[in-house]
Structure formats: structure tokens, C-alpha cells
Ligand binder design. Sequence first.
Ligand code: HSE
Length: 420
Amino acid sequence: MKEIKIGICGWGNIATGLYKSITDNSEAIKNNSGLKIAINCIGARRDNPACDPGSVKVLRDIFDVVNEDVDAIVELIGGVETARELILAAIRNNKHVITANKAVIYHHGDEIFQAAREKNVKVLFEAAVCAGTPVIKVLQNDLAGNHISKISGMLNGTTNFILSQMEEGADFEPTLKIAQDKGYAEPDPSFDIDGLDAAHKLGILSHIAFGTNLPPKDFYIEGISKITGEDFKYTSELGYSIKHLAVVKSLGNKIEIRAHPALLINSSILASLKGVRNGIEIDSDLVDKLHIAGSGAGQESTASGLISDIIHLSSNSSNDFDIEKKENKKDVLDINNLSFQNYFYIESDDKNIISSIKSIVNNHNLAIEKIIQKDNLSNNLTPIFFITELCTEPQANMLLDEIKGMDTIEKVRRIRIESD
Ligand code: HSE
């Protein structure tokens, strides 16, 4: 039986999860792929009480792993600059590289892929986007005969977990703590909450589908910290669910790319995905809409993505990252060129606020599709929420600013509504 020899760099939550999954599922791996995965060494600065690596050789300098008798290094140290150096050192030593590190691929992908091309080694990163939920090789291999026009979805498990729990009435902070305890969140959870983790994954998908650079040009990123429990109550009354959505779309020689909270109609497949699940919708010419959903974070799901890449090393496919051939250099559209319907939520001490809002919206040459006033809150403020018809981003921002500036307004929030 063919054996693939790996060295694992890093010995944290993800690395120990990979060790356990390879050990526990070795029979399944052999039966499914005809391959044996041999962990020849581990690069770990310190032991991890969560996992005993048995007789596997442990090197205290992670850079020593690249000199060992291994076919590939599995980079699981996290971070950006040291990870870049480690990956480039492995490539220089003619080792394939597998990584779950989206930040290093997002920031240094072009450089890393170029180095790998020159040495004719592979760099695989299935687990970097949606963990074990397959999407990278789906785009590179399974949909290779298609023109992709759009990819959208929830690419961060932590935020989908938090938003789903808030939808059920939970509070933000304790739910984030649960996501951290379950190993979903990044070491610095602001990467999840502020939308950066999803944006890194989106940049990688955009590179594969549309040939944009790594790193890509700046694009609009907004996190979930402004979403409150009230928003779930009222948007659900309107037939929507709140998600953190990442979208990349090809528009001729331009690319629309953005990651932010959005209202999705409740009957959509993406809206139905709760908890740590990631969901991706891919629009292509031959398959039409393809939906992929699965656990997008955590030890086990990430191990599944990494094992898939280790097994893929034995395939004869060319360098999977080699997308120089793609039509390249599409310009990123500024979000100010886009239009959305919007949900606005307002709290006011004016019981007749609804008529003022209608006339302000009218003055901006905009229209309201639906507006609802609720009973006064315990603090005696009047809540109203409304949905605008389609308006440009500058129009929506001007409206938001004007409402914010009114003396009678205590709170105002806006969430974009995603159309199909
Ligand atoms: N923190 C990430 C998430 C881990 O929650 O999706 C997987 O990339």
C-alpha cells in the first residue's frame, strides 16, 4: 500500500485534532483511498496535554520539519509571517505543503504559489476555507468545465453559530464564549466577529474562481457586532433571517466582492443553515446553482479537509493552485456602486415618528416597501422598522446619517437585504 509521509508543524487544537483523526480513522482512510498516512514527525515548541503523540518524533524547532524524510509538511502554526517563512522553506526543500491557514494564503498566496510552481511542488489548502466542507477542490476539479458567475455564502462557522443562537434568544457574549470553548473561534475572535476570517476565505475563493490576486484589492468588510436580539425578532416578522454573508460575483471585467451581515429570505437554502454550519452557493453555467453545506470550523471538520489534501497529493493532477491561465486583473467594484434594499430599525421618543420617517425617505427620492410601528418599549421609546425599495449605497448612507441626526432618534441601525 502506498504511504504518504507527513510532518505536522504546530501542536495546537487543529494539529492535535489531525493527529487523532488520522490515528482513529486509519482503517477508513486506507479503505477509502488505498493509502496509508504516516506521521513521521511533529514540530512543536511545547507539549500539549490534550494529546500524547506516542512514539512520533517531536522537533522543538518547527523549521527542522522541512529537513525530515517527509513528502509534505502540514502547516498548522497559524499567524501570517512565520507561517509564510515556514511554507517557503518547505517549498525550497522540495516538500509539498498543506495548510489550514487562510490568512497566510490570503496575504501571501501569489508569492507562495509562484515559489511552488518553480519547484514543482503542490500547495493545498482545502481546510483553509470552510474547514472540511469541500469547496476548493470542488471549484478546481469538479466544476472545472464551468464558467462560475457567483459564489456566496456563510464562510465563518463562529458567526453563524452566534447568529443562530441569538435568533433563539441567546446573548452575544456568552455565545461567543461557547464558540471559543468548542474550538470554533480564531485565537483572536475579533477575526471572526469583525468579518476578517470570512473575508480571507472569500479572497481565496475569488482567486480560484476569478483569478483575482492574493492579496486582493481592498473590499468592503463588516462584522456582526452591531446585530442585536431585537433585529432577529423584527426581521423574522418580515420573513428574513440574519446571516454573515460573503459574496463574490463576476460582472464582465469587474468583480463585486463583499462580506457583511445581510437579511436572507427565510425560504432560501442559505437561511436554513444554522449553527456552526457553513453554506456556499455556487452559480455556474453548466450546473446552475450548486449548494454545499457542512460544519465549517472545529478540530474534526478541519482534520477532514486536511486529510482530503494529504490523500490528494497522490493524484496526478497538475499543480492545483496554478491559475495563471485565468483571465486576470478584474477590477474590484467599490461598494458605493452597488444597490440594495435595506432594513432600518429605529427607536424614537416621538410617538408620531412614522410620519417624519416617511417624509424623510420621500425627500431622498426613495420609497418604503413596508413600515411597521410596534408598541412602546419598557423605556417608553417607540420602535419602528422599515424596508426600503432598492437604493444605492450612497443613498442608503445619506438616509442613515439624516435619521441619526434627528433629535428624537435614540437608535438607528441598517442591514442590507440580499436579493437572489
Ligand atoms: N474561526 C473559523 C470559523 C475557523 O469560525 O469559521 C474555521 O476557519
